[in-house]
Design a protein around this ligand. Structure first.
Ligand code: ADP
Ligand code: MG
Length: 604
């Protein structure tokens, strides 16, 4: 007799759960996707203990009738595609028909759902994937799903969960991505009873950015919008001063789906090249819309990866668009006096109050959900929450908070008049709109860097040293040097072997300040060694020019006369990229006149 058996459906679902339901955050992701596909305009998520004890999701979408409510838990049951051809043009977030059966297989699940034209709803209760009860129930239009005791029957998976705080953090990340991807949907997320996120659903992406990352952050974002050959790009780009040490604040959507796509990230990063230090990553929210036939989303069970049919053309389009925004946008970071966190906390708290309108007893309230879910979509609650506190003192909903969309373009470098220096480090200047502080070292570094970059050949000519410098290297350094001696010669360094691991530096690049040749040389060697397998001549040259600019620039603590300051500010105005030093630090901060007036209580 043969040994192969067809697996029972429950085991098959549990196996699929292994891929689809990695942790509580994956449950939230799948369920929110379903709510979005169901056309919801409000989605509420409440979790207890990072979702390990309970996850609750309510939406005001189309709901399901009794038959569908049960069908939804059958393996590969989906209302979203009906033929293999549909797979070529996916317009919904879900399509695999796997999520509900997989989630149900590893939890206790309660579903309540009602369609618009039905007077009563359906309740389905499952345990470990088996239906325990189906009954008629009264409930709001839309769908409510409560998952308790996730992984109760898969102890091995449960053991791998991190603490509730970590899991709650993952969930929060997932919801943030949805909120940024769908500003037209109001998201409300509660963790252990505390409101963590509450978005207005008023289609304002910048407002969502402010909600998630803070108003300060939003203030330093530049709008992006472009269209070409059936592809549209929209979103916001962070000024270089917002850079991060990882790609954590990069959010990309392709046709409404949050994806992690290296090609897209790298295309954006290339446009930021020269504006931030190596090892720093730009922040951005980028939404790409293209024909559904151009993207294959059926690549991975979690659906966070896609395959594009013409990645190179898209990459070029992205890079050019981002470059254009960065070169025409004003990249000065605005200095604000208000401690941003406090302001955000206040906002959150007041929004929480707005949502917590008491209403009759229902499962929703018992479960800590807001009354807004049970009202029809056009009630006032959400828009109240959207305007929120802290806006009353402003003329318009967002006036003065962020740059107005579109107005950042075409603004040139401000005309600056120096007033003096602070700590012999920062130049205080008066500009067209308030006060500016210039970091003299960073600014001069940028000036020199652009000068060197314009005619690198003038600075990399060899100048023979009268007295050669001895370099006593480690064995490893000596090996590295052997590998890059030719590239270094191209920069103007003439090195001669002196026996063992010792070398003589006989010539140096003409632009190098005397006295620092050995340090710079070792810096470059180190850089080469760290990037041995990826380095190009161009990278090495750039690194050299950056290092040289840094060494040759005015230092912090250097006293400057007014004419020197004037000359420095004047040279800044002619720069291609005056707002950051070659490492990506800001060169100047702006304290707008209005902020000063507010601070001195001249205006309210
Ligand atoms: P998929 O999303 O891939 O179709 P799921 O297992 O996630 O598969 O869901 C199965 C089906 O259940 C969906 O196709 C949809 O018809 C229905 N469904 C799930 N969640 C909801 C919801 N929140 N509102 C309305 N229908 C839903
Ligand atoms: Mg789904």
């Amino acid at each position: 007799m043969g040994k192969i058996l067809l697996l029972d459906e429950h085991i098959a679902n549990k196996i699929a759960a292994g891929e689809v339901v990695e942790r509580p955050a994956s449950v939230v992701k799948e369920l929110v996707e379903n709510s979005i596909d169901a056309g919801a305009t409000r989605i509420e998520i409440a979790v207890t203990d990072g979702g390990l004890s309970e996850i609750l999701i309510a939406d005001n979408g189309i709901g399901m009738d009794e038959k569908d409510a049960q069908m939804a838990f059958a393996r590969h049951a989906t209302s979203k595609i009906s033929s293999a051809d549909d797979l070529e043009r996916i317009g919904t977030l879900g399509f695999r028909g796997e999520a509900l059966p997989s989630i149900a297989a590893v939890s206790r699940l309660q579903l309540r759902t009602r369609t618009r034209d039905s007077v009563s709803g359906t309740e389905v209760v499952l345990e470990g994937g088996r239906i325990q009860k189906v009954s008629e129930t009264g409930c709001h239009q839309g769908t409510l799903i409560i998952i308790s005791d996730l992984f109760f029957n898969t102890p091995a998976r449960k053991k791998h969960m991190k603490g509730p705080n970590t899991e709650a953090g993952h969930i929060s990340e997932v919801i943030n991505k949805f909120a940024l991807g769908y500003p037209s949907i109001s998201f409300r997320f509660k963790s252990n009873g505390r409101v963590v996120l509450n978005t207005s659903g008023q289609e304002d992406l910048l407002d969502c950015i402010a909600n998630i990352y803070g108003a300060d952050f939003a203030r330093d974002m530049l709008p992006l919008e472009a269209e070409s050959g059936g592809v549209s790009l929209t979103g916001y780009l962070g000024k270089p001063s917002l850079s991060r040490a990882a790609r954590s604040h990069q959010t990309v959507y392709i046709n409404g789906r949050y994806v992690q796509d290296r090609m897209v990230s790298e295309a954006v990063e290339r446009a930021y090249h020269g504006l931030m230090m190596t090892g720093r990553y730009p922040v951005f929210v980028l939404k790409i819309l293209l024909d559904a036939g151009e993207v294959d989303v059926n690549v991975h069970p979690a659906k966070t990866q896609v395959r594009l049919s013409q990645p190179r053309i898209l990459g070029e389009f992205i890079r050019n668009t981002v470059s254009e925004v960065l070169s025409s946008g004003r990249l000065i970071s605005s200095a604000v006096f208000e401690p941003a966190e406090t302001k955000r906390e206040q906002d959150k708290q007041a929004i929480q109050e707005t949502w917590n309108i008491p209403m009759g007893e229902s499962l929703l309230r018992e479960k800590g959900l807001s009354s807004a879910m049970v009202d029809e979509p056009d009630t006032a609650d959400i828009s109240d929450a959207a305007d929120g506190p802290g806006t009353a003192d402003r003329p318009g909903p967002q006036a003065g908070r962020y740059p107005d969309k579109g107005t950042t373009k075409e603004e040139g470098f401000p005309a600056l008049r120096p007033i003096g220096q602070i700590d012999c480090t920062y130049i205080v200047a008066q500009g067209e709109d308030g006060m500016y502080l210039v970091d003299q070292h960073a600014a001069h570094e940028r000036i020199l860097y652009e000068k060197y970059m314009e005619r690198p050949e003038d600075f990399v000519m060899t100048e023979q040293l009268l007295f050669p410098v001895t370099l006593q290297l480690t064995h490893l350094e000596a090996q590295v040097l052997n590998d890059c001696i030719i590239q270094l010669a191209d920069l103007g360094f003439v090195v001669e072997h002196f026996g063992g691991d010792s070398f003589l530096l006989r010539g140096i690049p003409a632009g190098l300040a005397k006295g620092s040749e050995k340090e710079i040389f070792l810096d470059l060697l180190d850089y080469f060694s760290r990037n041995r397998y990826t380095i190009t001549n161009k990278m090495l040259m750039e690194k050299f020019l950056v290092t040289m600019a840094c060494r040759n620039a005015i230092k912090a603590n250097d006293r400057l006369g007014l004419p020197e300051m004037e000359s420095l500010l004047g040279q800044m105005a002619d720069l291609r990229q005056p707002y950051t030093c070659p490492h990506g630090r800001p060169t100047l901060l702006h304290f707008p006149a209005y902020e000063l007036e507010k601070r001195f209580k001249r205006v309210l």
